[in-house]
Ligand binder design. Structure first.
Ligand code: ADP
Ligand code: SF4
Length: 690
């Protein structure tokens, strides 16, 4: 692309110390639940980003020593030279597609619990470790600091040997020793590493200088630095010490990778921060203090915004973690003028949750993420059809849309039938709620592609019955009819129905959203799903002026959202909107205008006034049509053998990400022999036995 093209500036090369990136698309370090445990999966996933056009592709945080052991989390590891071959898989894979490979060297200080290595955790001061485990990190003395510098230096040398082009010093997310030394709230030392900011930055300066001296002849030394902790006066602020750090180190690194801390602030969800580029106000000062290139993040998916940030010299490189996960081909799509095809990140943090569960990364928008190696999936390509066939997909929620789109990509003729006027299923309902508007992108992206295709027919307002399906005479039927919320109170904590519900107005989430303007108070939301939806509905209704009481057997609101880094914001929002939160209680019965609640610990009964009870407990799969099809097939031996497959929430209700994945899996497996499916079920990385 030429520079005079609208987005040409994004494809200029940028010199970073001794190396040069071919364009301004920079996949910043991000966790992926693969790390040292799954090196082949890791290399394949990063390789896809390089194929998709990212100029720089980075690892996740990389432990440099057994005293920085993040087990059970699956992060990257470079404890010694034995880790080089596994890391080499990634650098080779990334280089093959013309990208630079970057590694984020990390010592996590008190953030690592060393549960595997059982060595003492290290910290600038004696303090508790960062996970709930009654153990403390030990204050580092001068000898420890010297040793730590040597470990870091050796890790940099090993990183160079593994083929990395850019080596990071890391001071961000509240997860690294270098940052912990910088923060006055933590570092109360009285030696030359504590006190004023010059002293607190000393260790970082030494790490940068050590790294440059060790490998700076051929590798660039990047510095990842959180300029603000968003804690106000209690933390580092960008206009005070954050700025001072940039002034003190301005020309020392070859690249500034700047963001805000902690992880929940850096990777904010769209529910609480809808704006793309939300970190710009914090980091834009950096460029005025250094001549070195600056990379910034903020869920960038719009090439117009990216271009204007480069042209205004706000940043030099477009940093992205989540946008590169949702669409590894984002740079190529911009380059090839296919901007409408960008699969925009929806800011849901399902990707983050997988790292928090130590399993390979997954993404709501991109079901192939994490499956590149073990299932051989690709975000843009899928194997061609085996034979000429027609497939009918019933239901156009996330599962039906993904399945139809992928079957059409494979070259089948697809008929997609949806009962409602609009395509999207549950996504339409949920994305209408407070904070979730970006989730609609799951539908928009797929509907856009489906509409471009000539081999897919869409029928709206077409609720199919068994006889309709028989009339159509299609032999391959994918049932994506979704699920319905229960209205009897059966949920995670109690498997029996709530007694007396006939005496009270009971609404499912779907009814409550539809009737939101005419709800009669007092309103009680009972969350025994403990996912996200009950919290969203409480937030939504209370923001519209409804008085809401939130009852849950859990001890906090929406416990699942801990894994998406949102829980504190969820609870804060409800408290700020005066939602009455009653934790640790089940609802045992209803009687007229009163509910009886039971303490989950003591079983003590208390009463609560209620006119409208919104039950968010469990869902029942909508399987009637599927069962009818099966029954017919079993009765009628003359009917040619049909492929009848249940997908998405109709198979087993879950996240939107699960429904998309299920639709993709079904499309991939269609016309594939049982043997092949079993073989591809997936490859596993086996430990080498010795
Ligand atoms: P999933 O998450 O599995 O995709 P959703 O509940 O989001 O499930 O979507 C299911 C979709 O299926 C809804 O849009 C619903 O209107 C549609 N649907 C359900 N039954 C039928 C049917 N018999 N014919 C056509 N569409 C249906
Ligand atoms: Fe974005 Fe959600 Fe995918 Fe993460 S999981 S990359 S937040 S769409």
């Amino acid at each position: 692309m030429k520079n005079d093209q609208p987005y040409g500036v994004l494809f200029e090369s940028v010199k970073i110390g001794p190396v040069t990136t071919k364009n301004r698309f920079y996949q910043v370090p991000h966790c992926c639940g693969m790390g040292h445990l799954r090196p082949q999966a890791h290399a394949a996933m990063r390789s896809i980003k390089a194929q998709g056009g990212w100029g720089v592709v980075s690892t996740e945080e990389t432990e440099i020593h057994p005293t920085s052991d993040l087990s059970p989390y699956a992060e990257q590891r470079i404890w010694d030279a034995k880790d080089i071959p596994a890391l080499r898989l990634m650098t080779d894979a990334v280089h093959k597609h013309g990208a630079l490979a970057a590694i984020e060297l990390t010592h996590s200080g008190n953030h690592s619990a060393n549960l595997y290595s059982r060595l003492p955790a290290l910290s600038p001061v004696d303090q508790s470790i960062d996970i709930i485990y009654p153990k403390q990190a030990r204050r580092m003395n001068k000898k420890d600091i010297l040793e730590f510098r040597l470990w870091h230096r050796q890790a940099a040398i090993n990183a160079k040997a593994a083929g990395f082009d850019i080596v990071y010093v890391y001071a961000g997310h509240g997860m690294s020793l270098a940052q912990q030394f910088m923060l006055p709230e933590i570092n109360t030392r009285s030696d030359e590493y504590g006190g004023g900011i010059e002293n607190r930055v000393r260790l970082t300066r030494e790490l940068l200088e050590d790294t440059k001296e060790a490998i700076g002849d051929t590798c660039a030394v990047a510095f990842r630095f959180a300029v603000d902790e968003l804690k106000g006066l209690d933390g580092m602020q960008f206009h005070e010490e954050g700025r001072a750090v940039v002034e003190l180190l301005s020309e020392t690194p070859d690249l500034w990778d700047v963001n805000v801390s902690d992880w929940s602030n850096d990777s904010q969800t769209s529910r609480f921060e809808i704006n793309e580029g939300y970190q710009v106000p914090y980091i834009e000062f950096v460029k005025s203090l250094t001549t070195k290139p600056v990379v910034g993040v903020g869920r960038f998916t719009s090439p117009d915004l990216m271009t204007s940030l480069i042209k205004q010299q706000t940043i030099d490189l477009i940093g992205a973690a989540r946008p590169s996960i949702a669409d590894p081909y984002l740079p190529n799509k911009i380059k090839e003028g296919r901007v409408d095809e960008i699969r925009e990140c929806i800011g849901c943090n399902i990707c983050v949750s997988s790292d928090n569960f130590s399993v390979p990364i997954r993404c709501t928008q991109n079901p192939t993420m994490g499956e590149e190696w073990r299932r051989g999936w690709h975000p843009e390509k899928i194997k061609p059809r085996k034979t000429e066939q027609t497939a009918l997909v019933v239901g156009a929620g996330p599962a039906g849309l993904e399945c139809s789109m992928q079957l059409a990509r494979r070259g089948y003729h697809v008929i997609l039938s949806e009962a409602a006027i609009e395509l999207g299923g549950r996504v339409l309902l949920e994305s209408d709620l407070k904070g979730l508007s970006a989730w609609k992108r799951v539908v928009d992206n797929r509907v856009y592609e489906i509409q471009q295709k000539t081999n897919i027919e869409i029928y709206r307002e077409s609720e199919l019955t068994l006889s309709h399906i028989n009339e159509l005479g299609v032999n391959n039927v994918f049932i994506a009819t979704g699920s319905s919320w229960r209205d009897d109170g059966v949920g995670r904590s109690q498997r029996k129905e709530i007694a007396g519900l006939e005496t009270i107005q009971v609404l499912t989430p779907t009814d409550a959203i539809r009737k939101q303007s005419s709800l009669e108070g007092p309103i009680v939301i009972y969350d025994d799903d403990q996912g996200y939806l009950a919290g969203v509905i409480a937030d939504h209704l209370s923001s519209q002026g409804h008085n809401v009481t939130f009852v849950t057997p859990a001890s906090i609101v929406s416990p699942w959202t801990v894994s998406t880094l949102e829980q504190q914001r969820v609870q804060k929002s409800l408290l700020n909107q005066n939602v009455n939160i009653i934790p640790s209680k089940t609802i045992s019965s209803a009687n007229g205008d009163t509910l009886e609640m039971r303490c989950i610990y003591t079983n003590e009964a208390t009463e609560l006034a209620c006119k409208t009870l919104i039950l968010v407990t469990e869902r029942l799969p909508n399987r009637t049509l599927y069962l009818q099809l099966l029954q017919e097939a079993s009765l009628d031996s003359d009917t040619p053998k049909r492929h009848i497959e249940l997908i998405g929430d109709a198979l087993a209700p879950g996240l939107i990400a699960d429904a998309v994945f299920s639709g993709h899996l079904a499309a991939e497996n269609f016309e594939t022999s049982k043997k092949e499916i079993e073989r591809a079920m997936f490859m596993r990385e086996m430990p080498k036995l010795k």
